[in-house]
Design a protein. Structure first.
Lengths: 458, 207
């Protein structure tokens, strides 16, 4: 029954896509490893949970098979939203490792709020599912010898890419949305590279395991599992060297209990985090992320991504001496704040969606970018480069003291240089004297403390 | 042809499709390495701040620290539960293990995911980005933990009371049943059976 005796057992792997037993080149090595089993490696009999088995693993696998592609796509979309053709998507050089380049649309206005909210929100919600999936397969990690054939050696390496990739993405993501910059490497390079390592491992994994997953799901009826209590919970059918324990103990939790626990954890994480994207009353349950909190109840009481102090804004530069410089036409046009306020004012209720997943919708008013282009003497701009007074740039997360806007973003009917928000002048932290607001643009490209706009003529 | 396939399998250890998948996957991985430039993944001045090291460290942290830690904690809880069961044999049995497990898991998961805020890590970048401090998070986490454990304890207490009542009801009813209808019911429905089993049959043999 239990082939786990040190050196004595004859383990074989009918469940594994690679063949059982030891073959070919590695057989001598395998025999030697069998004889020299490290003392720390637990015996197969140590794995006692009666719940581990192909069915449970397949259920977690199915959830991840649906969820993780959404993570991948929303992540790659975010790269597009930063407009790689202007060199402002990070990391700058990714070869073919991106979606086909297209101009990020400015409509619907909630587009980036949605894609990035889903990316971060779903990523958080899937953390307990990933942990549960790893728990369900962990006995396989401690199999000795770790591989019995070339096929298994390759598979092991691909698992490092899969597991290392997903855990690295979770870790870097969690640190980033909480502004914990304990890493010294450029964050975007790390998260993008980790994602592709994961994608490679994931593609190999699903190619090999989908048939097994389908078999696992079919081996047991979900309806029956949901009707089975703890006392009646029995292990899945045992197969040597499979996921089912050789010598399982009695269940201390039913299968439906485990599903409820993992599902409940995911729901709990959703309650603690989704409010940062949804906003309104749900923001109050965001207990552990920065965006659940407010300072006061004033009209400018909504989240920021950088304070004026941290951006090194010189108060003298934004006082009466401040001028907006418009270039691209026959000569530079300088406007002070009073001149801007005298131009036709446009008001729109627009969301800011941040790469960290949070968003906030406010009522902005200011001068349309299209009107500013006309004032500069550029009729149909190809793009616009917006420069900020912002000084300090953190080279781990990129330099956002300037941003280039695409033609569709400059010419959108609601794209503006905002002077006011919710009926009052912008506060210093929100970008006084003037900031960019463009629908569906990643939050950080809505440049604050704008000093000049250079319109690219056709 | 089948002889060739068998030879291949003996040499490689799986179907040719397996090898094709692997070659395709590792070629993609090679392109990824080539595109990102191995230099970007390695920090020669501080090896522990390299992307490549973090990627492997993530696996090591999960498999050899996080998993053993929670597995060990659960094992200890299991030993405690078995001891209690042995001591209270014959008495009221309401398993309490999951009433400890679930709040511990929830509290632990929250700590793991929101660690930076709770332990005030990266406070400088945090305040630069938000204009706020991480001051409230530790208190909130402690409070959430308190709420989780007290809710779980309350649930356990309710289950204990209900189980106790059920046993009492059944005992009373069984006593009354044998007193009033000693002549109509055979005595084996009364006190000769263990209490647990009377509980199961108690409902239909009275009212």
């Amino acid at each position: 029954m239990a082939p786990g005796k040190p050196g004595g057992g004859r383990p074989h792997e009918p469940d594994c896509p690679s063949d059982p037993g030891g073959y070919g080149l590695l057989s001598r090595l395998r025999r030697s490893m069998d004889r020299h089993r490290p003392p720390g490696v637990p015996l197969r009999r140590r794995w006692r949970s009666p719940l581990r088995g192909p069915w449970l693993t397949s259920v977690f696998g199915t959830v991840l098979l649906i969820g993780l592609p959404i993570m991948i796509i929303t992540g790659l979309l975010s790269y597009m939203a930063y407009a790689p053709r202007f060199g402002q998507a990070l990391p700058a050089h990714v070869g073919w490792l991106k979606l086909p380049t297209f101009d990020w649309p400015s409509r619907p206005a909630w587009l980036y709020r949605l894609t990035q909210g889903v990316h971060v929100g779903l990523g958080l919600v899937l953390v307990p599912v990933v942990i549960a999936k790893l728990w369900s397969v962990i006995p396989r990690l401690f199999i000795w010898p770790p591989a019995r054939s070339i096929a298994q050696v390759l598979e092991r390496i691909s698992l490092v890419m899969l597991v290392g990739g997903i855990l690295f993405e979770i870790a870097t993501g969690l640190l980033f949305i909480q502004y914990d910059m304990i890493f010294w490497f450029p964050w975007h390079t790390a998260h993008y590279f980790g994602a592709w390592v994961f994608i490679a491992g994931f593609l190999i994994h699903i190619a090999l395991k989908i048939p097994k997953m389908v078999r696992g799901l079919r081996s047991r009826s979900m309806r029956k599992v949901l009707r089975t209590n703890r006392e009646d919970t029995r292990p899945e059918p045992h197969r040597p060297d499979g996921l089912v324990a050789d010598d399982p103990v009695a269940a201390t939790m039913s299968r439906r209990g485990v599903l409820a626990l993992v599902g409940g954890s995911a729901l709990g994480v959703a309650v603690l985090t989704a409010g940062q994207t949804i906003g309104g009353i749900t923001r109050q349950t965001v207990l552990f992320l920065p965006r659940g909190r407010t300072h006061n109840d004033g009209p400018d009481d909504f989240p920021i991504n950088k304070t004026a102090a941290a951006a090194g804004i010189d108060l003298a530069a934004i006082g009466s001496a401040w001028r907006l410089t418009l270039t691209g036409g026959s000569g530079p046009v300088l406007l002070d704040r009073a001149a801007l306020a005298a131009m036709p004012q446009h008001t729109a209720r627009l969301p800011i969606g941040c790469v960290q997943g949070w968003s906030t919708t406010q009522t902005w008013s200011g001068v349309r970018l299209a009107d500013l282009a006309a004032a500069a003497g550029v009729r149909a701009p190809l793009s616009a480069r917006v420069q900020s007074l912002q000084k300090i740039a953190d080279n781990r997360i990129g330099d956002y003291s300037h941003a280039v806007l695409q033609a569709n973003q400059v010419l959108d009917r609601d794209a503006m240089l905002a002077l006011r928000v919710n009926g009052v002048d912008l506060s210093l932290d929100h970008g006084y004297p003037a900031r960019i607001i463009v629908p569906a643009l990643p939050g950080v490209h809505n440049t604050k403390w704008v000093s000049s706009i250079d319109f690219q003529a056709r | 042809m089948s002889e060739l396939l068998a030879r291949f399998r003996r040499f490689y250890g799986s179907h040719p499709l397996h090898l094709l998948t692997m070659v395709a996957g590792f070629s993609l991985a090679g392109y990824i390495l080539f595109t990102f430039n191995p230099k970007a993944l390695w920090n020669p001045h501080a090896w522990w701040q390299s992307i490549a090291v973090w990627l492997v460290a993530a696996v090591i942290f999960h498999d050899f620290a996080l998993f053993p830690l929670y597995a060990l904690a659960d094992r200890l809880l299991g030993i405690a539960a078995r001891r209690q069961r042995r001591r209270r044999r014959g008495q009221l049995r309401v398993p309490g293990r999951n009433h400890v497990r679930i709040p511990t898991l929830a509290s632990g998961l929250t700590l793991l995911m929101f660690w930076p805020g709770i332990v005030k890590q990266g406070s400088a970048t945090y305040s630069a980005a938000t204009g706020q401090t991480q001051q409230p998070f530790l208190g909130r986490w402690l409070l959430l933990t308190a709420v989780l454990f007290s809710a779980s304890a309350f649930g356990y207490a309710v289950r204990l009371v209900l189980a106790h009542r059920r046993v009492q009801d059944v005992t009373n009813q069984a006593d009354q049943g044998t007193d009033q209808s000693a002549d109509t019911h055979p005595p084996r429905h009364g006190c000769t059976q263990p209490k647990d089993e009377t509980a199961a049959t108690g409902s239909h043999h009275d009212r």
